[in-house]
Design a protein. Structure first.
Length: 377
């Protein structure tokens, strides 16, 4: 059952007061080869070179390439030695999301307020400085080995962070039209969804925007449950998924089997023109989940009038759903690495604030078809 929970205005104001978040600052992935990963995301997704830190800048243990498209910044970090904690992270999880960073006005206050409410400290507040100014940063733990960093950059005019230099590159494929991070989905162990939903509510002041149970998200074979947590201004949205009992192994269980802990399953990135974005990504070799053709037989009846050509959407495999405020269009890539543990969602919101509940059946059947090919269903 889908439930929209009401948050009283005074409670919303109280939540926003102790932890105002301006948006997603960056997402950092630990990867086996950052130079090659950066080339992939530039070529396939249309990101541009932004900043670099590594041996040439005085770093001895890692290299990091920062790429940007719209407001999205991805940091791709690789270890330079086998005994590095980064190397251990990659050994356990494969390439994966390590840091989801928040852009805040006061990093120290954000840290103190969340730790006071029960967050486990990852990094006490520090200030890093170079010729372009200073950045204050602090961090806390969330599910698995995932970290939330608080980044205060109001006194900094550099390209990214102190220690990084501008990454000059002659190879910058054109943008595919990606604009900002819409949401990041976390997969947790069975029985842990409510625990982490409560963490985001109590520690970070988020609210439960929507709850989906196993009747909402299920097929003949698999099921899962999800709670969508959001901050006060709705710029940060985190669906938290856990497995539910089914006849076969769900996508969440498959993720946990290969990631070996809870973690970020997918990053949803928004576009203002999903037809253009997906068409470009198709040309560049990005693989998307196949949507059964019969799905489109009932779209008009279910969704009503939309401005896009349904035949074009069908040819690209873009799904459509509607809520009380409008409609959305969405599509999901296949895993972007060999472990089936990370993929991307491309989403265009035409007023809709929801997450595509009407598409769940077709989406999960598509995912199950891929699981069957991998022998993990």
């Amino acid at each position: 059952m889908e439930t929209q929970l009401e948050v009283l205005p005074e409670q919303k104001q109280k939540n926003e007061e102790f932890l105002p978040i301006n948006g997603t600052d960056y997402i950092e992935l630990y990867v086996g080869n950052a130079k090659q990963a950066a080339h992939y995301y530039k070529t396939a997704f249309g990101f541009q070179s932004l900043a670099y830190a590594g041996l040439e800048t005085g770093l001895k243990d890692r290299s990091s390439y920062v790429i940007q498209q719209g407001k999205i910044k991805l940091v791709l970090t690789t270890p330079l030695h086998p005994d590095s904690p980064i190397a251990e992270h990659i050994k356990q999880h494969g390439d994966g999301v390590k840091v989801i960073a928040f852009w805040v006005d006061d990093a120290e206050k954000s840290y103190n307020e969340t730790v006071k409410r029960g967050a486990k400290s990852y990094l006490k507040p520090i200030s890093e400085t170079d010729a372009n100014g200073s950045v204050k940063m602090a961090g806390i733990h969330t599910y698995g080995e995932t970290i939330h960093m608080f980044v205060e950059r109001k006194n900094y005019e550099g390209v990214f962070l102190p220690g990084f230099v501008k990454w000059e590159s002659n190879y910058n494929p054109t943008s595919t039209g990606l604009e900002y991070v819409d949401h990041c989905v976390g997969n947790v162990n069975v029985g842990e969804m409510n625990k982490y939903a409560k963490f985001y509510e109590d520690v970070l002041g988020f609210k439960n925007l929507i709850t989906f149970d196993d009747k909402d998200i299920s097929t003949e074979y698999t099921a899962l449950m999800s709670k969508v947590m959001a901050n006060g201004n709705m710029r940060i949205k985190f669906p938290i998924n856990e497995p539910a009992k089914g006849k076969k192994k769900s996508q969440i269980e498959e993720f946990l089997d290969f990631y070996h802990s809870p973690g970020c399953q997918h990053i949803a990135v928004a576009t203002d023109d999903i037809v253009f974005t997906v068409s470009e990504m198709h040309k560049r070799g990005v693989e998307f989940l196949f949507v059964p053709g019969t799905y489109y037989d009932t779209v008009t009846e279910r969704v009503g009038k939309i401005k896009e050509d349904l035949n074009v959407l069908k040819s690209l495999g873009i799904m459509v759903d509607r809520d009380d405020e409008g409609y959305l269009l969405q599509i999901f890539t296949k895993p972007v690495e060999d472990r089936p543990t990370l993929f991307f969602e491309i989403i265009e919101r035409v007023g809709a604030k929801s997450f595509g509940k009407g598409n769940f059946q077709a989406l999960f059947e598509s995912i199950e078809a891929e699981q069957a090919k991998r022998g993990t269903l």
